[in-house]
Design a protein around this ligand. Structure first.
Ligand code: ZN
Length: 86
């Protein structure tokens, strides 16, 4: 079994924050290349961060999308959903 250094997850966060030391970065890279579990965890983390960043970017104009959705007539919204379900 692979032993995962405890600090690896910590390094992942530092790396994604862009605040990682070079030594730690090398250690992280090396470990991710050899450990499927940590690689998977890292990719999930990266995906989540990318999603949160893009979502917060969309949400930037203060609930614009929510207002648009709320202003749509109810039957129009239903029609749209049914189209996707068909
Ligand atoms: Zn690992």
């Amino acid at each position: 079994m692979t032993s995962c250094p405890k600090q690896i997850v910590h390094y992942m966060h530092e790396y994604l924050d862009g605040e990682i030391e070079n030594d730690a970065k090398e250690e992280l890279k090396l470990h991710i290349e050899t450990c499927e579990d940590c690689k998977h965890h890292y990719l999930e983390l990266k995906k989540t961060i990318a999603f949160v960043q893009s979502a917060s970017h969309i949400a930037a104009p203060a609930g614009f999308k929510a207002r648009v959705m709320a202003s749509l007539p109810r039957d129009k919204k239903k029609m749209g959903v049914e189209r996707w379900l068909r």
